[in-house]
Design a protein around this ligand. Structure first.
Ligand code: AP5
Ligand code: MG
Length: 219
């Protein structure tokens, strides 16, 4: 297949961002994380960022019209011609239908959906140990994925790390509930289209990636 147009889905903490980093290194496609876009807008205190913050801080979804608009704008750019990977979008059926319209208008239809499946109880533990490089956004974990040199980011050499505000235990619980409700209809939607590939996300980071890569290599 000439162009890879992917959707990466999975509950909070399933490893979307972690795997996305490895996928873009190998496949040279554009990584679009709606969560990253919102966090950057919040940091810059843009109007959209301030609007999104009220929802993100509670673990709720940002309204569809805002999120769909961001994705439409990003997918319209020229660099997308080499392929894209959506991380954390779509998250409900309304967004999945919006993406159908947007991608077909642009002639950039999704050709595979990777669903990283992990038991929700494991995910709560993962999110409480996550920390992120402030300079480049690389993601680590206190138990499962430490930088090779303690205190130094593997990717950019930065020394400043932070924890996400929405990784507080009470917010994590709500994020999990909100996302679990929407996940099954979304899985069914892509299964019916014949696009779904479900991966076991409860294995070492490298082994999860091996499964994903073997699917992408065959597309
Ligand atoms: P978003 O940023 O997308 O958050 P999320 O979906 O909750 O997912 P995360 O980023 O928390 O997890 P991840 O799957 O990327 O896992 P990671 O690789 O970091 O969205 C944030 C918020 O923005 C939403 O709550 C919502 O408000 C809003 N939003 C975003 N998109 C939206 C949309 N489409 N519509 C409406 N609102 C939207 O890994 C997690 C941790 O586990 C890390 O520490 C990592 O090192 C570790 N880890 C990863 N893989 C493994 C492994 N295999 N074994 C052990 N540890 C692992
Ligand atoms: Mg993420």
């Amino acid at each position: 297949m000439a162009t890879l147009n992917l959707v990466l889905m999975g509950l909070p903490g399933a490893g979307k961002g972690t795997q996305a980093q490895m996928i873009v290194d190998d496949f040279d496609i554009i990584h679009i994380s709606t969560g990253d876009i919102f966090r950057s807008a919040m940091k810059n205190e843009t109007e959209m960022g301030l609007k999104a913050k009220a929802f993100i801080d509670k673990g709720e979804l940002v309204p569809d019209e805002v999120t769909d608009g961001i994705v439409k704008e990003r997918l319209s750019k020229d660099d997308i011609a080499k392929g894209y990977m959506l991380d954390g979008y779509p998250r409900n059926l309304e967004q999945a239908n919006a993406l159908e319209t947007i991608s077909s208008e642009l002639n950039r239809d999704v050709n595979a959906v990777i669903n990283i499946h992990v038991d929700p109880e494991i995910l709560v533990k993962r999110l409480s140990g996550r920390f992120i490089c402030r300079t480049c956004g690389a993601t680590y974990h206190k138990l499962y994925h430490m930088p090779k040199v303690e205190g130094t980011c593997d990717v950019c050499g930065g020394h400043d790390f932070y924890q996400r505000d929405d990784d507080k235990p009470e917010t994590v619980r709500n994020r999990m509930d909100v996302n679990m409700k929407m996940n099954t209809p979304l899985v069914d939607f892509y299964e019916e289209k014949g696009l779904l590939h479900t991966i076991n996300g409860d294995q070492d980071i490298e082994d999860v990636y091996k499964e994903i890569k073997s699917i992408l290599d065959k597309l």
